[in-house]
Ligand binder design. Structure first.
Ligand code: PXL
Length: 280
């Protein structure tokens, strides 16, 4: 099998472990080529840091896409996450339309918020645009906060427990047309993981592991990067979610043990070996 190639459309935050600084090493460790299309360059991510810098790359993005198109590049997956401006959302839609080929998987992480709060830079118009973009996806990976925003219900009003999470993913599947992997989904208090609706099989399945009782930042990006890598390597949605859930749990356990400050993300680098699986 030739090395699968993924276009990763996210910001690059220099410090704090999220988006491209997570996606590039994880996909590379999994034997997947990651081609970054940066949406913005920030000194740090926006959670827990004051005074971060923000260089908007909106103007550069269509030029990169046009150059890649002129080279005839193809991608087995297009993976988008945190976006830096409203206009960028339309550009990601254009990118998906222009580069989608038979077998391309469009993975949209509808990044908008976490823990019941919308991120500082996400305006209501950006949230509406993200929902529109997510309609073009084959797979979306919202957390519970983002699921509430996509469904247009208050976070507190989301149905809870295993049955509640099943209802959420099925409601988000657009009548069974897109796959949904809800992160932070828990079917019992001591467990956490994902609830998956697979549009290929029409089945909903929970993937659970033991919960690490602490809050973490950046786990969504770790999760969706592993999921995307596993999908382009041919795994089923639930098997890919299983690999992502177990890797995130290993990262969370290590991060809690070494008492890493919340805003530094999860200490995943020493664990990348779990993803390499040996040379082909
Ligand atoms: O995916 C999370 C994320 C990505 N990028 C930036 C962020 C965050 C979350 O806070 O601030 C810049």
């Amino acid at each position: 099998m030739s090395t699968p190639r993924v276009a990763a459309i996210h910001d690059m935050s220099g410090f704090g472990r999220c988006s491209l600084t997570v996606a590039i090493p994880i996909l590379s460790a999994m034997g997947v080529q990651c081609c970054p299309l940066p949406t913005a360059f920030l000194s740090t991510h926006t959670g827990g840091f004051e005074g971060f810098t923000f260089l908007d790359m909106t103007g550069e993005m269509p030029k990169v896409a046009a150059h890649w198109k002129s080279l005839g590049l193809d991608f087995q997956a297009i993976y988008s996450g945190f976006l830096g401006s409203e206009r960028q959302i339309g550009m990601v839609e254009d990118f998906i339309r222009d580069f989608r080929a038979p077998g391309t998987i469009a993975v949209v992480d509808p990044v908008m918020g976490d823990h019941g709060k919308v991120y500082q830079t996400y305006t209501p118009a950006m949230c509406a645009g993200t929902a529109h973009l997510a309609e073009q996806a084959d797979v979306i990976t919202p957390n519970l906060t983002e699921a509430a925003l996509l469904l247009g219900v208050p976070y507190e009003a989301l149905p809870s427990g295993g049955d509640g999470c099943r209802e959420i993913v099925e409601r988000l599947s657009l009548g069974g047309r897109r796959s949904v992997v809800l992160t932070g989904a828990s079917t019992a208090p001591e467990l956490t993981g994902a609830m998956c609706y697979d549009a290929r099989t029409g089945r909903t399945e929970a993937v659970q592991t033991r919960r690490v009782p602490r809050v973490f930042y950046g786990t969504g990006d770790v999760f969706t990067s592993v999921l995307t890598g596993a999908l382009v390597k041919g795994k089923s949605l639930t098997d890919a979610a299983g690999e992502a859930v177990e890797f995130v749990r290993a990262c969370a356990e290590r991060t809690a043990r070494i008492q890493l400050p919340l805003r530094e993300g999860v200490d995943f680098e020493p664990l990348l070996g779990l993803l390499t699986g040996g040379a082909p």
